[in-house]
Design a protein around this ligand. Structure first.
Ligand code: ADP
Length: 165
């Protein structure tokens, strides 16, 4: 089976991420979406919440598996017995970051290959950060994320507003 691991923060998943998965399924038999426990970032959603959102979103797609990992991505790949990483690229900035990461992963494990898909133009501006900013300012994110995400973001923001400061 031709499997790829699509790693990321997915805080939360956007239509841009979803587009990469859908197109990736034309190339790979199976995709494992792997949520990273990224220590540097302060996520809005816990890893558990992101897992649940992704599991709901892909419940009808048997070729997509949802998982999470701590530590090095190359170790997670070994653990899953997969050698291909799938990543999306929107901009030149993405490319520079991905170029570094790809070469670092290659040095850590020469068996690993990274495959890139360029974003479909209409999703080129979408990022999880942008979506969180818009939602925090009261904007409508419906056209930018899957429906399940809109619901979760609204609930999360309400919970934050109701929290005593
Ligand atoms: P990370 O913190 O690892 O960059 P993200 O969740 O931000 O995690 O992104 C995961 C992957 O999806 C990255 O390869 C990123 O470039 C890609 N990606 C993010 N947004 C989009 C988008 N709108 N279109 C295509 N690819 C995207």
């Amino acid at each position: 089976m031709n499997t790829a691991i699509y790693p990321g923060t997915f805080d939360p998943i956007t239509l841009g991420h979803l587009n990469i998965v859908q197109r990736g399924l034309h190339v790979f038999d199976r995709i494992i979406i792997a949520i990273s426990h990224e220590a540097d970032k302060k996520p809005l959603f816990t890893v558990e919440e992101r897992l649940q959102m992704l599991k709901t979103l892909f419940s009808a797609e048997s070729r997509v598996e949802i998982d999470q990992f701590k530590g090095l991505l190359v170790d997670f790949l070994k653990h899953k017995k997969v050698t291909t990483i799938l990543r999306g690229i929107r901009t030149v900035e993405d490319f520079e970051y991905e170029y570094q990461m790809t070469n670092a992963n290659k040095m850590l494990d020469p068996n690993v290959e990274t495959v890139f898909m360029l974003t479909d133009g209409i999703y080129g501006h979408l990022s999880s950060t942008l979506i969180k900013e818009i939602a925090l300012l009261g904007g409508n994110i419906k056209a930018m994320v899957p429906d399940v995400v809109t619901t979760h973001v609204q609930k999360k923001l309400q919970a934050m507003q109701n929290k005593p400061s």
